[in-house]
Design a protein around this ligand. Structure first.
Ligand SMILES: Nc1ncnc2c1ncn2[C@@H]1O[C@H](COP(=O)(O)OP(=O)(O)OP(=O)(O)O)[C@@H](O)[C@H]1O
Ligand SMILES: [Mg+2]
Length: 361
């Protein structure tokens, strides 16, 4: 395991006037790089050959380190090169999904913006639930036994990534026939079925608030809001009900992109308090708590109840809707603020006050 002391030692060997902001080339890397450049940093992209075109066509990566697999980030020579560039890595969804939180905690010596331990909390559904519960958020009911199904539920299993294979059912009987069908059609595996759990399906609209917690100012900022564009759920409404029944579609939630949202103003006090509470509890569960971006996945019902079904303890791809600016970032900062830039601004403010060690773990 890489300790905070080791990270601090590496950081103390850095030239803090020449920090490079680095990340893996995918997910929200363009957002992170643009923000870093606008705040005057050098950038380094750890990138697969096939994705390099992106970081050249949008001229945002000052250097590119080639890798074959995302786990190559952990290779000694890659880490060495990053350290020589005085790199602070900004983690995003691909770090969790393709490098793995255990691996990062065990092997990654390059200082990372944020609290690594909380990435663990985000990837463990039970820990995640505990965090959200203690923060006083309203959560959908969950259970494991199909015979308890009584009303519309969403069936989920670990590691689906993007909700692939999740399905909706409303009774134990419907569950058994649907599970069999999904298995036959190869949408899910036997192992998925063994690890299944059910969540009360909340009927409402999805809203994903995008927050940033600054340890330097001790404030949670709301910098944007988005919703996802998901295939195939977002296409089902275009097919008349009679045909839907005939073709027997199984909605999936693979994310294709995101839309910005502006919520009605009366919802904002709740969202601000929710963000504050999540940050407060994060300090109790994994000291020193959340650092920088985090996001909640919420559903709002017709009686304006906000349910939270997930948290991300890092930058999310939904924050890409704010590249350039978003109404909420504008309200606080005026033109030109967004998640990638806010991260870089925090690093810059910290270097000026010699507080960088409070941001990297
Ligand atoms: N309890 C729920 N009520 C209503 N809709 C839900 C619920 N849980 C999930 N969904 C819908 O299913 C989608 C996928 O679920 P979820 O976010 O749990 O999957 P995931 O595997 O964690 O995906 P990702 O990591 O991309 O967020 C959500 O974006 C949302 O639209
Ligand atoms: Mg999710």
């Amino acid at each position: 395991m890489i300790t905070k002391t080791q990270i601090d030692t590496i950081l103390s060997e850095y030239d803090q006037q020449k920090i490079t902001v680095g990340t893996i080339g995918s997910h929200s890397a363009l957002n992170i790089f643009k923000g870093a450049k606008e705040e005057g940093f050098n950038t380094v992209c750890v990138c697969k050959k096939e994705n390099e075109i992106m970081y050249k066509r949008f001229p945002l990566a000052d250097q590119i380190i080639h890798i074959t697999n995302y786990t190559d980030l952990l290779d000694n020579n890659v880490q060495q090169e990053l350290k020589q560039l005085n790199t602070i890595l900004v983690p995003h969804g691909s770090f969790n999904a393709y490098v793995g939180t255990d691996q990062m905690i065990d092997k990654l010596q390059v200082p990372m913006f944020g609290n690594r331990e909380l990435l663990h909390w985000e990837t463990d559904r039970e820990k995640q639930r505990e965090w959200l519960k203690r923060a006083g958020l309203r959560l959908p009911k969950i259970f494991n036994d199909p015979s308890d199904i009584d009303g519309l539920v969403i069936a989920k299993f670990p590691g689906a990534m993007g909700g692939k294979g999740y399905f909706l059912v409303e009774s134990p009987k419907a569950f058994h026939s649907k599970a069999e069908d999904m298995l036959k059609r190869g949408h899910i595996t036997k192992e998925n079925l063994e690890n299944i759990h059910f969540q009360e399906y909340i009927i409402g609209v999805n809203v994903y608030p995008l927050y940033f917690y600054s340890p330097l100012t001790n404030e949670v900022e709301l910098l944007g809001m988005d919703r996802r564009y998901e295939t195939t759920v977002d296409s089902i409404g275009k097919i008349p009900a009679t045909e839907q029944l005939e073709i027997n579609v199984n909605p999936t939630y693979t994310v294709v992109g995101n839309f910005p949202i502006v919520a009605r103003e009366s919802l904002l006090p709740d969202y601000l308090r929710m963000g504050d509470n999540v940050a407060k509890i994060s300090k109790e569960i994994a000291s020193p708590g959340i650092i920088g971006p985090f996001c909640l996945e919420t559903v709002i019902t017709d009686d304006m109840k906000i349910y939270t079904f997930e948290i991300s303890a890092r930058i999310v791809a939904g924050s890409n809707v704010g590249i350039g600016t978003s109404p909420y970032a504008y309200l606080k900062y005026g033109e030109g603020m967004y998640m990638g830039r806010r991260i870089a601004r925090e690093i810059k403010n910290a270097t000026e006050n010699n507080e960088l060690k409070n941001l990297v773990y």
